[in-house]
Design a protein around this ligand. Structure first.
Ligand code: ADP
Ligand code: ZN
Ligand code: ZN
Length: 730
C-alpha cells in the first residue's frame, strides 16, 4: 500500500503544491486541510498549509521529505478560505504558497497559535467616566479610547481598542481606565434602531435583500452620492446580527474613515474587528481571531480583509465596489470585490456591492442577469444633486491653476457662510521645474518621469520611486538661472488661495499633510465641523466623506484621463468627478460643481455632466463592446522588468513566440510594448497584453505559460508577473 502523502502550500515562487510525508508518529487520518505544518524546505525549515491528503504522488515516495511537526489540532484556515485562496491562486496565476502567505496574518504564518477567548479587557473607571473628552483635544487617541469605552460600558477586550499599548498605559496611570472581566454572553451586545426612517427606495432595497438572506444572491446597490447606501448596509447588518450571524464590510483604502467607524459604533455597541494597513502584526492577528471566533459580529476592512475567517458568516458588503484600490496592484493581484462574490457563492450567502459609480464590470453583470440591481436614485432628505458647470479654461488666464470665474464663485460661496472643496489630484508645489532659457526640465535619475517641486522642504521629489534631491539653482544644461516651477500641485494652490482669501481657514488633505499618524483624522474633523472653510485636496478628500456645509466643489483639472492610453482612464475620471462632486450640497443648501477643462466639448464629459453617470456608463460600455475590451472580453497582462534596457522587451517577445507556437487562436496577443513610463526606480519595464472572448481559453493558456516560464532560461534575467483583469494597463 502507498503511504499517505500530504499536499502542502509552501511559501515559494513555484506554481505548485509540494508533497511531503507525514511527520513520524502522527495519525494521518486526523489531519484536516487547513492546518499548518513545519516542513523542511531547501536548507531551511518553513511553515506550510495542508491542502489535501492523497495516496499518490508524482514523486517516488522514497524521495519525499518528511514533514517535521503538525502545528494545529484543527484547521486555522477555514474551508471556504482554503478553497478561495486555491481558486484565486489558479485564476490569478500566483504561486499557491505565496497566495496563502498574503492571505494569513503575519503572526499566523510565523507559527503563532490563535489564542482562546479573551477574558479580560478595559473599562472606564469612575473618574474616567467623568472626563470631558473635549478637554483632550491635544490627545486625540486618549479621547478616542474614552469615547469608545463610554459606548461599551461592559468593557472591551484589548484587541477591540485600536491604539498603541502606551496610550492605554497612560490612561491607566491617570486612573481613567481599569481592567475588567469580560462576559462573552453575546447578550450584552446592543444594536440601536436606525436614527432615520428609511425612505421608500431604501426600504425596498432592504426588503429585497432581506427576502434573500438564506442563499447566494449578488446585489448591486447603485445609489447616487448621499442617497443613503450606508444606511442600507447598516440596516442589513443589523438584520444579520439579529440572526446571530456575522457581516463583513470591505471598503477602499481611504474609505475607512473615522466618520464611517463612528457611525458603526453609534449603531452597533458590539466589538468591531477592524482590518486595515495601519495595524501592527499583533493588532491584525487579534482582529482576525475575534472574527474567526465569532466574537466580533462585524468585520470592517480594506482589500485583504476578504481573507478574514468568520465563525457564522451571514453577509458580505463591498462599499465603493468600483474603486481601484480593491484590486491589489502587485504580488498577488487579486480583486477583493471579485473574491467577495466568489466567497459569498461558496458560503451560500448574499453579497451586496454598492457604489454611486458602479464599475462597468458590475453593470454588465446586471445587464446579463447575474446580479440584481437595486437603485437609490435620489439623495436623502431635502438634499439635491448638485448642478454641474463645465468651465472652458482655454481662453482664461489661469493663475496658479485657478481661473477668475472660479475664484468669483469661491468668494460667493464663502461669503454666504458655506464651505468650498477644491480637488486637484496632484500633490507638491509644481510637477515640473523648467529652464526658461533652454527648456530643460528636472527629471528623476531613476525613472522616466519629472521631479515634483515641494516647497515645504525645498526639494525635488519623484512621486514614482521616492527619490529626492535639492532644487537646482542653476540649469545643468545651459547654466542659466531662469529655473521656474511649471504647473501646480496642492501646495501651490493652497498658497495662492491664502493670498486670495487671507482670513479663511484652509484644510489641505493629501499624502504630505497626513503623513503623521492621527493627522488625517484631525484634518477631516476640521473639514467636517466647519473650522476649515476652504478644503483642498487630492483623492484622499474626494471619496466617501460627508461635509454637510460644502456647497461648491471645484475640480481644478479634469483633463487628465480624457486622452490617456489606458482603456479604463475615462471610466476612472468619470467616477472620480462624480465622487468629488458628490461632496457638494449634501444638506439643505444646494450645491454646484465647477469643472475646469480645456475640452468642454469632449463627448464623454458632456454626457457625464448633462445626463449623469448611468448615461455615461452606458456609452462607455458600448465603446468597450465595439472594441471588444473588458468587460466584454477577458484581459491579462504579462509584465516584466529588468535592470538593463531591452531585456524585458526581449523576454516578452520570446513569450509572444511561445504563445504563437501554442496556436491558441481565440487569444489575441498585443505587444510587447514598453510601459508608459518605461524606466521606474532604475528598472526597465514592458508588457504583453493578452485578450480573449473566451475566458477559459485565456486561463488555460496562462496556466501552461507560467509553468513553462518557471523553468525557462530567458525568464531568469527578468522579474515577470501575470496580471489577470488588470485595473490599469500602464
Ligand atoms: P451614501 O452612503 O449613499 O453616501 P449615507 O448613507 O451616508 O449615503 O447617507 C447620507 C446622509 O443622509 C447621511 O448623513 C445619513 O445619515 C442621512 N440619511 C440616510 N438615510 C436617511 C433617511 N432615510 N432619512 C434621512 N436621512 C438619511
Ligand atoms: Zn537651461
Ligand atoms: Zn523616480
Amino acid at each position: 500500500m502507498n503511504p499517505l502523502i500530504l499536499q502542502i502550500a509552501v511559501p515559494s515562487p513555484l506554481h505548485r503544491r509540494f508533497d511531503y510525508l507525514p511527520p513520524l508518529d502522527v495519525d494521518v487520518t486526523v489531519l484536516q486541510p487547513g492546518i499548518r505544518l513545519r516542513i523542511p524546505f531547501g536548507r531551511r525549515t518553513t511553515i506550510g498549509v495542508l491542502l489535501a491528503v492523497s495516496n499518490e504522488s508524482a514523486i517516488d515516495s522514497r524521495k519525499l521529505k518528511r514533514s517535521l511537526e503538525v502545528l494545529d489540532d484543527s484547521p486555522v484556515i477555514s474551508s471556504d478560505i482554503l478553497d478561495m485562496v486555491q481558486w484565486a491562486s489558479d485564476y490569478y496565476h500566483y504561486p499557491v504558497g505565496e497566495a496563502f502567505t498574503a492571505a494569513m496574518p503575519a503572526l499566523l504564518r510565523r507559527g503563532q497559535q490563535p489564542a482562546g477567548t479573551e477574558t479580560t479587557g478595559w473599562q472606564l473607571s469612575v473618574a474616567g467616566s467623568a472626563i470631558d473628552t473635549t478637554t483632550l483635544s491635544h490627545a486625540a487617541r486618549q479621547a478616542q479610547v474614552i469615547a469608545l469605552l463610554r459606548a461599551h460600558p461592559q468593557g472591551l477586550p484589548r484587541s477591540a481598542i485600536d491604539v498603541p499599548a502606551s496610550v492605554l498605559r497612560t490612561l491607566a496611570d491617570k486612573g481613567w481606565i481599569e481592567n475588567c472581566n469580560l462576559r462573552h454572553s453575546g447578550g450584552d451586545q446592543t444594536v440601536l434602531a436606525s436614527a432615520h426612517t428609511l425612505n421608500p427606495d431604501q426600504q425596498q432595497a432592504v426588503d429585497t435583500i432581506r427576502a434573500r438572506l438564506d442563499g447566494f444572491t449578488p446585489f448591486l446597490l447603485a445609489g447616487v452620492t448621499g442617497s443613503g447606501k450606508t444606511e442600507v448596509y447598516l440596516e442589513l447588518i443589523a438584520t444579520t446580527l439579529a440572526r446571530q450571524q456575522q457581516a463583513l464590510l470591505l471598503v477602499p483604502e481611504i474609505g475607512l474613515t473615522p466618520q464611517l467607524l463612528a457611525r458603526f459604533q453609534r449603531r452597533f455597541q458590539v466589538p468591531l474587528a477592524l482590518l486595515h494597513s495601519g495595524l501592527s502584526d499583533h493588532e491584525r492577528f487579534t482582529a482576525w481571531q475575534q472574527a474567526r471566533r465569532g466574537e466580533a459580529p462585524i468585520i470592517i476592512g480594506t482589500r485583504s480583509a476578504i481573507f478574514t475567517p468568520m465563525a457564522r458568516p451571514g453577509l458580505i458588503v463591498v462599499d465603493e465596489e468600483h474603486d481601484a484600490s480593491l484590486k491589489q496592484q502587485d504580488g498577488f493581484r487579486y480583486s477583493a470585490r471579485d473574491l467577495a462574490v466568489w466567497r459569498a457563492r461558496r458560503l451560500d450567502i448574499p453579497v451586496l456591492l454598492g457604489s454611486a459609480t458602479p464599475s462597468l464590470e458590475s453593470l454588465l453583470n446586471v445587464e446579463q442577469g447575474r446580479y440584481t440591481q437595486l437603485e437609490l436614485p435620489e439623495r436623502t432628505g431635502v438634499a439635491q444633486q448638485p448642478a454641474f458647470h463645465l468651465l472652458d479654461v482655454r481662453k482664461q488666464p489661469l493663475q496658479d491653476g485657478l481661473s477668475a470665474p472660479l475664484l468669483q464663485r469661491i468668494r460667493k460661496h464663502l461669503d454666504a457662510g458655506n464651505q468650498v472643496l477644491l480637488f486637484l489630484n496632484r500633490r507638491g508645489y509644481a510637477p515640473t521645474l523648467m529652464c526658461y532659457d533652454c527648456d530643460w526640465v528636472a527629471e528623476c535619475q531613476r525613472c522616466d518621469a519629472r521631479m515634483t517641486w515641494h516647497q515645504h522642504d525645498q526639494r525635488l521629489h519623484c512621486h514614482h520611486c521616492g527619490s529626492q534631491r535639492a532644487v537646482d539653482s542653476i540649469c545643468p544644461a545651459c547654466h542659466g538661472s531662469e529655473l521656474h516651477p511649471q504647473g501646480q500641485g496642492t501646495e501651490r494652490v493652497e498658497q495662492a488661495l491664502r493670498e486670495h482669501f487671507p482670513d479663511i481657514r484652509q484644510v489641505r488633505i493629501d499624502r504630505d499633510t497626513t503623513r503623521r499618524k492621527g493627522e488625517l483624522d484631525r484634518l477631516l474633523e476640521q473639514a467636517r465641523n466647519g473650522e476649515g472653510r476652504l478644503l483642498l485636496g487630492t483623492q484622499m478628500l474626494a471619496k466617501g466623506h460627508h461635509f454637510p456645509n460644502v456647497t461648491l466643489v471645484g475640480i481644478l483639472d479634469a483633463d487628465h484621463g480624457l486622452f490617456s492610453t489606458d482603456f479604463r482612464a475615462s471610466e476612472r475620471m468619470a467616477q472620480l468627478i462624480v465622487q468629488v462632486a458628490g461632496r457638494a450640497g449634501r444638506h439643505e443648501r444646494p450645491g454646484e460643481v465647477i469643472i475646469q477643462t480645456c475640452h468642454p466639448d469632449h463627448p464623454l464629459l458632456q454626457l457625464l455632466v448633462k445626463q449623469g453617470y448611468p448615461a455615461f456608463a452606458r456609452a462607455a460600455l458600448a465603446e468597450r463592446r465595439a472594441a471588444q475590451m473588458p468587460p466584454m472580453s477577458s484581459m491579462a497582462l504579462l509584465r516584466a522588468e529588468a535592470s538593463a534596457a531591452d531585456t524585458a522587451m526581449e523576454f516578452l517577445a520570446s513569450v509572444a513566440k511561445r504563445i504563437q507556437a501554442a496556436g491558441v487562436r481565440s487569444v489575441e496577443v498585443w505587444g510587447p510594448v514598453p510601459a508608459t513610463m518605461e524606466r521606474r526606480a532604475g528598472r526597465y519595464r514592458a508588457q504583453l497584453m493578452l485578450q480573449s472572448g473566451q475566458r477559459g481559453e485565456l486561463q488555460r493558456l496562462l496556466s501552461g505559460l507560467v509553468r513553462q516560464l518557471e523553468t525557462a532560461k530567458e525568464a531568469r534575467r527578468v522579474r515577470w508577473s501575470v496580471d489577470v483583469d488588470p485595473a490599469d494597463t500602464y
